[in-house]
Design a protein around this ligand. Structure first.
Ligand code: ADP
Ligand code: MG
Length: 688
């Protein structure tokens, strides 16, 4: 068997191809009842059938001795022999079982048929019967309802390639194969190809018509794979069409800000530290973007702690020099207020007015901030997506900065792009994006990297703590507390309400907090709890006390994952680390090691996450971790594409297809009609 692949949503995932769109009832023998069953598999037209990708390709097996076949439970086998015994068993009502015993001298095997009493007569006394089926267990090894070779319909020759389709309720794989064949016989493979020949040649893919034949009537394994490749192009093209649409959305004119070198240097000089070389390089790129009227669309990627926030601050300063306003958007309220707290002093010392706007603000305050934004009485507004909700207006919004942008998802980004075609946008992310994806999914963006950490960072030692390590941990933590350092203690679950987990004996943030408070040594250092269900100002005030050093241990859910910045915190403990993904663990670890002192990260977790936890012990390289995360979780999932209707599973090797994606970009440049066609297909898929 080759080419395992999940069925692409019953063929409906290929909406971009044309006729024949005859309903299934146009096929002989398909009535309304049958059509309704097929519709449940996403098959509505003849075209859907022709485009139904096989679940796998079966290479028809040689007949084999029954003795060896008997041992291959679950597999499909072909055997031949003589029928030595037949038994019909009535099991109530019209139900029955026929058992026929096949023997070939090496052994015996039962063939079992449910509710087909006539099979007893039909098989009795057969001297040379060839059958093919799946080895099941019905009181011992047996072939369940095997296919029987007859004179007019012999079994295929060994080595024959047979596509096998994903069966559904009331529709067997065999029935689907028959229907596909019938569709081919009736209508031929005649689907219109809409892609130009040169593009297909470049992609090493056949036209749709050829591809339909190649997958349903394969002549060789490579021919089959080549046929499938034509269909794998579809999501890729859809993706590029979206990128294309986003770029076209950039027709607007943004406000240009020109700054004298001396003034720029002066702004840089305001920072309490010297910018790293990488920060300078990136700032220069952004400054150049802002000098033009073409709206900036820049993605800034930099590992946790690489100093993206400083770049955001400098960007804000430049924009405000030109008299415009800046919106800084973060995915969570914690992070938004962190930005506001962290940057306000710097910006305000520079004469800029800042404000925080989140959904959690009391209505009165919220209104006040909204009015200030609308009247231009505030220069930099920090917030969550509430910033772009209805009712929030700016007097002159010139730039939007979006932190941890990958958490917003592609669809949201599309919406934002649609909203502010005349605004400069800086996107920031701590999840490094492999080059291929940067060019494809983010093909509408210019990319900058902060590839140098600020100086004076202490080492971080990461330990997957088990056994003795784990037992030694409390004492070690107390030593750190005595040295005046602080500790994050992350437990993914909040409370004891998740009963099943409680039975499994795992801790929750609440129970861990209670446990630490009950120990006098820890209690003396100050233990506090934060999680997403706290009232926002309560949470903010607890975080604030931790920031000021009044609390030694902060027990938290993953709300501290992004952005929280306390240089004096040197220890991160993560319980139930197996419940979290690589990127998330890497982000959590990034909360420590922010000062000059050495730091530690203790991961407590199941052996089932061994691979992940060992990798974290070994490396802090965000790119390496991102590539690995990509490998483990799959491309579509990582980028939040799946929920926006783009399925990249067919692209097994994105590196190989990089070139092709670039070709697709060029193609759409020349053929906006095709781009529009695929973009339409994308929105159709999304609605489903
Ligand atoms: P990121 O957002 O990329 O995770 P931050 O911008 O929060 O990183 O920076 C992490 C820490 O490093 C902050 O405490 C910040 O003040 C500090 N920092 C940033 N740039 C520099 C620099 N050039 N020199 C020294 N410290 C810096
Ligand atoms: Mg940050």
């Amino acid at each position: 068997m080759v080419g395992e692949r999940r069925n692409a949503a019953g063929g409906a995932a290929t909406p971009a191809l044309a006729d024949p769109i005859a309903p299934l009832t146009a096929l002989k023998g398909v009535g309304h009842a049958r059509a309704a069953k097929l519709a449940r598999l996403g098959l509505r037209s003849v075209r859907d059938l022709l485009l139904l990708l096989p679940a796998r390709l079966v290479v028809w097996p040689e007949p084999e001795p029954i003795r060896s076949a008997r041992g291959r439970k679950g597999e499909r086998v072909t055997v031949r022999g003589q029928v030595t015994r037949t038994v019909l068993q009535r099991i109530g009502g019209r139900r029955s079982i026929v058992r026929a015993t096949l023997s070939d001298g090496t052994g015996e095997l039962d063939l079992v048929f449910f509710n087909q009493p006539w099979m007893k007569e039909q098989l009795a006394g057969a001297t040379d019967l060839e059958v093919h089926g799946q080895l099941v267990d019905v009181k011992g090894p047996a072939l369940g309802a095997p296919r029987i070779g007859t004179e007019e319909r012999p079994l295929p020759a060994p080595g024959t390639l047979m596509p096998e389709y994903g069966a559904g309720e009331g529709v067997s794989a065999e029935a689907l194969a028959g229907l596909v064949e019938l569709a081919l016989e009736t209508f031929g493979p005649g689907l219109d190809e809409i892609l130009p020949e040169e593009f297909l040649a470049e992609a090493d893919a056949p036209s749709v018509g050829e591809a339909v034949l190649a997958i349903h009537r394969p002549t060789s394994v490579p021919a089959y794979e080549r046929g499938r490749r034509r269909f794998a192009l579809e999501p890729l093209l859809t993706l590029q069409a979206r990128v294309h649409a986003r770029r076209r959305g950039l027709r607007g004119r943004a406000r240009a800000v020109r700054l004298a070198d001396a003034r720029f240097d002066e702004l840089v000089g305001r920072f309490p530290y010297t910018l790293t070389g990488a920060q300078r390089k990136v700032s220069a790129q952004i400054r150049a973007d802002l000098e033009g009227t073409r709206p900036m669309r820049r993605l800034l990627q930099g590992d946790v702690g690489s100093g993206k926030t400083a770049v955001a601050a400098l960007t804000s300063m430049i924009v405000c020099e030109g008299g415009g306003q800046v919106a800084v958007m973060a995915p969570t309220e914690v992070l938004a207020s962190q930005h506001a707290y962290g940057l306000a002093p710097l910006l305000e010392s520079h004469g800029l007015r800042t404000a925080l706007l989140t959904g959690a603000l009391p209505p009165g305050e919220r209104r006040a901030v909204q009015e200030a934004a609308a009247e231009g009485r505030v220069d930099v507004v920090f917030g969550t997506h509430a910033l772009f909700s209805e009712g929030v207006r700016f007097r002159r919004l010139d730039c939007a900065i979006i932190d941890e942008q990958h958490r917003f998802g592609v669809a949201q980004r599309d919406r934002l792009a649609a909203k502010g075609g005349d605004v400069h946008v800086l996107l920031m992310t701590a999840t490094p994006i492999p080059r291929t994806l940067a060019l494809t999914v983010y093909g509408d963006l210019d990319v900058s990297s902060l590839d140098e950490a600020p100086p004076g960072r202490g080492e971080i030692t990461t330990r997957w703590a088990r056994g003795n390590d784990r037992r030694a941990m409390p004492r070690f933590l107390l030593e750190r507390l005595e040295a005046g350092e602080q500790i994050y203690w992350v437990v993914p679950r909040i409370g004891a309400t998740e009963a099943s987990e409680e039975r499994a004996g795992g801790a929750s943030a609440e129970s861990r907090h209670a446990d630490l408070v009950a120990r006098p040594t820890f209690r003396a250092a100050g233990v506090e709890l934060v999680h997403g269900k706290l009232a926002p100002d309560e949470r903010a005030s607890r975080l604030d006390r931790f920031r000021r050093g009044e609390i030694g241990v902060l027990v938290a859910t993953t709300v501290v994952e992004v952005g929280v910045d306390v240089a004096n915190a040197t220890v991160m403990v993560v319980e139930d680390a197996h419940r979290l993904g690589l990127s998330q663990l890497h982000q959590l670890r990034g909360r420590v090691g922010r000062g000059a002192k050495p730091s530690w990260c203790f991961l407590l977790g199941d052996k089932k996450a061994e691979e992940r936890l060992r990798l974290l012990e070994r490396t802090r390289d965000g790119f390496e971790l991102a590539e690995e995360d990509l490998r483990q979780r799959g491309m579509g999932d990582l980028l939040g594409l799946r929920q926006s209707g783009v399925n990249l599973e067919g692209l097994v090797d994105p590196e190989r297809d990089l070139h092709l994606m670039l070709e697709a970009r060029d193609l759409f440049q020349e053929r906006p009609d095709l781009a529009a066609h695929y973009a339409r297909a994308a929105t159709e898929t999304e609605r489903v």
